[in-house]
Design a protein around this ligand. Structure first.
Ligand SMILES: NC(=O)c1ccc[n+]([C@@H]2O[C@H](COP(=O)([O-])OP(=O)(O)OC[C@H]3O[C@@H](n4cnc5c(N)ncnc54)[C@H](O)[C@@H]3O)[C@@H](O)[C@H]2O)c1
Length: 249
């Protein structure tokens, strides 16, 4: 119960990693508000959160829409009177060759993976500055560090996730004096349902690039979110933590 009574917002909470993170934070005693486009998925996550005896809130919003996010996330902040932990987990990639890429594909990737982080963080930061504490944890990707070695055709995704790296470091410096830490996780391939359709050849090609030959486990990733939210990491900020089995070395 390392996060007893803390108030956490998890974006992408209807997704594979977001759900495990939300439930893991709840298991440590945190109240969790999930934000996602997928209302049905949010309800499943909220039920898993409530099973730990903490409060669960859900807000459906398109995180690329600034005004919608200020309303949805602002409502959570108002209801709780503040937020202690923000996990920016919404996002996702699409494969497209750069020389054929439409502007729409490019801007959709940038908005989903980078602008969404701006929109949500912008909504919670004034309250964190006022309360003089806060933990912001962004999910970037090994793609931001190692480019498209894992998935060819991921330039827009890699650019957006590299933007999250820059945002994390610059914001860490900007808000350190207010008692707020800003860090990012850079996962490699995770054992999520998105991998279930891998052919044996595709799986072998993937593992061959990972020194540990292991896919990441969402439960392990979620424990790093607990770690970066816990009191003992008050002096850890601006860190980009690869969780990739050594893939980005
Ligand atoms: N799964 C992996 O192997 C892996 C590896 C590296 C990084 N990541 C990153 O981790 C995060 C979570 O990945 P996941 O595997 O759980 O993906 P997922 O597709 O299961 O979940 C992503 C969630 O984000 C939500 N979302 C997407 N766009 C949104 C928008 N505009 N507004 C609101 N919600 C939106 C989706 O509805 C979904 O519930 C993503 O940022 C992803 O890029 C995942």
């Amino acid at each position: 119960m390392r996060l007893q009574g803390k108030r956490a917002i998890v974006t992408g909470a209807a997704g594979a990693l977001g759900r495990v993170i939300a439930e893991t934070l709840a298991a440590e005693g945190a109240h969790v508000a999930g934000v996602d486009l997928n209302a049905d998925g949010l309800e499943i996550t909220a039920a898993g959160v409530r099973a730990h005896g903490v409060d669960a809130l859900s807000a459906t919003a398109d995180l690329t829409d600034f005004d919608a996010v200020q309303a949805a996330v602002g409502g959570i902040v108002e209801q709780w009177g503040g937020v202690d932990i923000l996990l920016n987990g919404a996002g996702g990639g699409a494969v497209s060759w750069f020389h054929e890429m439409s502007y729409e594909t490019w801007s959709t990737q940038i908005d989903r993976n980078l602008t969404s982080v701006f929109n949500v963080t912008r909504a919670v930061l004034p309250g964190m500055i006022e309360q003089r504490s806060g933990r912001i944890i962004n999910i970037t990707s090994v793609a931001a560090i190692a480019g498209g070695r894992l998935v060819r055709g991921a330039t827009a995704y890699a650019a957006a996730k590299a933007g999250v790296v820059g945002l994390t470091k610059a914001l860490a410096i900007e808000v350190a004096e207010h008692g707020i830490t800003v860090n990012a996780l850079a996962p490699g391939a995770q054992a999520t349902p998105g991998r279930d359709n891998d052919t044996p050849e595709r799986r072998e090609a993937l593992l061959a690039q990972i020194p540990t030959r292991l896919l990441g486990q969402p439960e392990h990733l979620a424990q790093t979110v607990v770690y970066l939210s816990a009191p003992e990491t008050v002096n850890v900020t601006g860190v980009i933590l690869p969780l990739d089995g050594g893939h980005s070395i």
